[in-house]
Design a binder for this molecule. Structure first.
Ligand SMILES: [Zn+2]
Length: 95
């Protein structure tokens, strides 16, 4: 299993299986080395099939929004965290 290519159902290559983690609760998690070199963990529940490749549900963005920028300032257009009431760039109130 280790070394198999991981492909999303959308057809996008996600990376390669680097290790498989078995936890005490009986859960299985695939440790996948992404094409960008970063590891990510994919629970077995997201795996839809294993043949020549490991097929996972296409949902790249489990941690999307990690950048913290959910919106933009309505005055200057600078990226701004959605929960932030004041623009970090121009300082104007967003309410
Ligand atoms: Zn602004």
């Amino acid at each position: 299993m280790v070394g198999k290519t991981v492909i999303e159902t959308s057809g996008a290559v996600k990376g390669k299986v680097r290790d498989i983690i078995f936890d005490l609760g009986g859960g299985v998690t695939f440790l996948v080395q992404g094409t960008d070199g970063k590891d990510s963990q994919i629970p077995l529940s997201k795996v839809t099939g294993i043949s020549e490749h490991v097929i996972v549900k296409g949902e790249t963005a489990i941690e999307q929004g990690a950048s913290g920028y959910g919106t933009t300032c309505k005055f200057c257009g600078a990226p701004k965290p959605a929960e932030e009431r004041w623009c970090p760039s121009c300082g104007r109130s967003q309410t």
